[in-house]
Write a protein that binds this ligand. Structure first.
Ligand SMILES: *Cc1c(COP(=O)(O)O)cnc(C)c1O
Length: 386
């Protein structure tokens, strides 16, 4: 009997060791891990540079609080600012906390409290970030929500226009909806989003918690769309598995997060900064990002070619190594079958398979995954009598 609250529907797999894109369980079975801790271990398990940085820090200093000057924070903040359109950074410990900071900053800076986010979005599980999340199943039983959020469907400019009012402080948006089904923003929508936010004097908050840190082949996914967010939120891949979150904001917001206005005991602690610094050094290299673009294109093409005759498949889409296969039927059985054959992948909603390999994956491993997925999908065709 487990003493845990049953908040997660857990699989019957006990992971004991990870190395690169491979995961081993307590039975000695090896898996290709194309979940990567849900877009967290972007550099794969136990990356030597991240491990080394963390080991060095463990023996020097763990925690002193934000009362002190912290060299690691200054460095990582400088790196994030150099590589993004933002100017200042606030560190926290998770994605939800980063979005929570964004909600507070947007309210304070604008003096307004209404927000817009998208249907099917996912922004986290705290009261504020849950309210930003446009999915009923996440809200069930936890109401009343922060009533300030209004939802509009992705890629619908008219609806977006309609829900933004004089009282709107900010638009919260993922450029690719992750949990919502690997749904990409269209370039036209991105262009309009920029214009509308400027025209109506509304802050643009981009949630890069899943799409950031090289996942889509750019440092941040907004770069694909020429967007210039006022606020960017980060977590997942930033620490490669060490818990860390960050909110990056533009210079015009600086004075609203003055001393005493917001905080976090653990936020930006030396261990987290050691991990994040090492991650950024690796991932934000042009050659590394280019390899992600190339591998992503190769993988999508492979999948498209080998699944082109499979009538269960509706669409294969993605950017970099964030890939979705939308199916005509529920994907839960495919995911279980892939796991049995040694490939770990995720659902994103009932009918979308989400594939998030670590960015260090090899072309060989991508090919193996394509073979397993193709095999499983054709067996499922037979099972379904199609
Ligand atoms: C995972 C995720 C979050 C929440 O992050 P936590 O660290 O679980 O709080 C928020 N937004 C997006 C887009 C995510 O994918």
């Amino acid at each position: 009997m487990s003493a845990l609250f049953p908040t997660y529907a857990k699989w019957d797999v006990k992971a004991t060791k990870g190395q690169g894109a491979l995961l081993t369980d307590d039975q000695g079975k090896e898996y290709l891990d194309f979940i990567a801790g849900i877009a967290v271990c972007n550099l794969g398990h136990c990356h030597p540079k991240v491990n080394e940085a963390l080991k060095n820090q463990v023996d020097r200093l763990w925690h002193v609080s934000n009362l002190f000057q912290l060299e690691g924070q200054e460095q990582v903040a400088k790196q994030l600012v150099e590589h993004s359109v933002g100017d200042y950074v606030f560190f926290c410990n998770s994605g939800a906390e980063a979005n929570e900071a964004a909600i507070k900053l947007a309210r304070k800076a604008t003096g307004k409290h209404k927000m817009v986010s998208l249907t099917n979005s996912f922004h986290g599980r705290t009261l504020g970030s849950m309210s930003a999340t446009g999915q009923d199943k996440v809200h069930q039983g936890f109401g009343p929500l922060l009533s300030e959020f209004t939802y509009a469907p992705l890629n619908d400019v008219e609806k977006l226009q309609a829900v933004i009012t004089e009282e709107t402080a900010a638009v919260f948006i993922e450029v690719i909806q992750g949990e919502g089904g690997v749904r990409l923003m269209s370039q036209d929508y991105a262009d309009s989003l920029s214009l509308i936010c400027k025209e109506k004097n509304v802050l643009l908050v981009i949630d890069e918690i899943q799409t950031g840190i090289g996942r889509t082949g750019k440092r941040f996914a907004y770069e694909h769309y020429n967007l210039s967010p006022d606020i960017i939120t980060l977590a997942k891949g930033l620490g490669n598995g060490f818990p860390v979150g960050a909110m990056i904001g533009k210079a015009h917001l600086k004075s609203y997060f003055e001393a005493g206005s917001h905080g976090s005991t653990f936020g930006g602690n030396p261990l987290a900064m050691a991990a994040a610094g090492a991650v950024i050094n690796e991932v934000f290299e042009d050659d590394f990002l280019l390899s992600v673009v190339n591998k992503g294109e190769t993988f999508i093409q492979q999948l498209q070619t080998s699944l082109k005759d499979n009538t269960l498949v509706k669409e294969i889409r993605g950017l970099g190594l964030m890939i979705g296969i939308e199916c005509h039927s529920e994907v839960a059985p495919f995911i279980t079958a892939c796991r049995e054959k040694g490939l770990l992948i995720l659902p994103a909603g009932p009918k979308v398979i989400r594939i998030l390999p670590p960015l260090i994956v090899t072309n060989d491993q991508l090919r193996q995954a394509t073979e397993i997925i193709t095999e499983v999908m054709s067996e499922q065709l037979v099972t379904n009598g199609l």
